[in-house]
Structures are given as structure tokens and as C-alpha cells.
Design a protein around this ligand. Structure first.
Ligand SMILES: [Zn+2]
Length: 146
């Protein structure tokens, strides 16, 4: 079931009601579970009380926007709609990854040192862009190799 796919990737999942769960948010250093997961109309809604976006949360557990929808659902079977939402999700992810690399680059150019977390983030962003062969990423890499 589609919801299990999401819940199985989260920590400290607790059922709080019918189709309602709470879990540790994978996107920030979450001490007490603050991610609400609600299943409604064969859709899964994610809400982090600390303010992480659904995109951040999905990114952290390697899922995509389309994973929030039950495949048996007629809405999700509308492949056009699904494709569009995936494309939108991907362009947002690419933008975010490029932004991460820009920030990283600024830190390096200013002679600063990256924290471990920033380095991991930059590597993740770089990998993401490389996998998708996004132009602009190689520029950043070349600059870094100098
Ligand atoms: Zn969060």
C-alpha cells in the first residue's frame, strides 16, 4: 500500500487516529515527532510543525511527489496530471540543488570552511544534478576543481 511505503521510511511512527500518523521529521533535527501524516481521499498529506516543506521531507526519504498518491486512485491514474506534478517537483528540486551549490560556492570563494552538514548537502545536491545532467552543475564543479 502506498502509505506503507512512506511510513516505512519514517522513524517513530505512531498512529494517532483514523488515517492519521505522527513521526519524526526526516528533514530537520527532530527531537520529538513533529511530522503529521494524514491519509485522505487516497492522498497522503505531510505537515511538519517545524516548517519543513513536503518537498524537503520527501527529499530526505528519497521519495517523489507522486509517491503521495495511491496508484489505484483515478487522480493518480491520470498520467498527464502525474507527469506534470513530477516535472514540477523535479524542477523545484533542481532549483533547490543549484541554490545549495551557489551557497556552498560562496562559502568556499569567501575562504570559509564547510561544516560537515553543509558538505553532505552540497554533495547530495551535486549528485542530484549530475544524475539529471543539469547544465550549470559542471561549471560549479570546474570552478571547485581549480
Ligand atoms: Zn521538519
Amino acid at each position: 500500500m502506498f502509505l506503507d511505503k512512506i511510513l516505512s521510511r519514517l522513524d517513530k511512527v505512531k498512529r494517532t487516529g483514523d488515517g492519521q500518523y505522527i513521526a519524526r521529521c526526516p528533514s530537520h533535527d527532530d527531537k520529538s515527532p513533529s511530522l503529521a501524516i494524514t491519509e485522505r481521499d487516497k492522498k497522503c498529506l505531510l505537515h511538519c510543525f517545524a516548517g519543513c516543506s513536503a518537498l524537503d521531507v520527501l527529499d530526505s526519504i528519497s521519495l517523489e511527489m507522486s509517491d503521495l498518491f495511491d496508484d489505484d486512485d483515478t487522480v493518480a491514474n491520470d498520467s498527464d496530471w502525474k507527469e506534470r506534478s513530477t516535472a514540477r517537483f523535479q524542477s523545484q528540486m533542481i532549483e533547490r540543488a543549484q541554490h545549495t551549490l551557489d551557497i556552498t560556492n560562496n562559502i568556499i570563494e569567501a575562504g570559509g570552511k564547510l561544516t560537515e552538514k553543509e558538505a553532505i548537502r552540497a554533495n547530495k545536491a551535486m549528485k542530484y544534478l549530475e544524475e539529471r545532467k543539469v547544465v550549470g552543475c559542471s561549471t560549479w564543479l570546474n570552478r571547485r576543481r581549480k
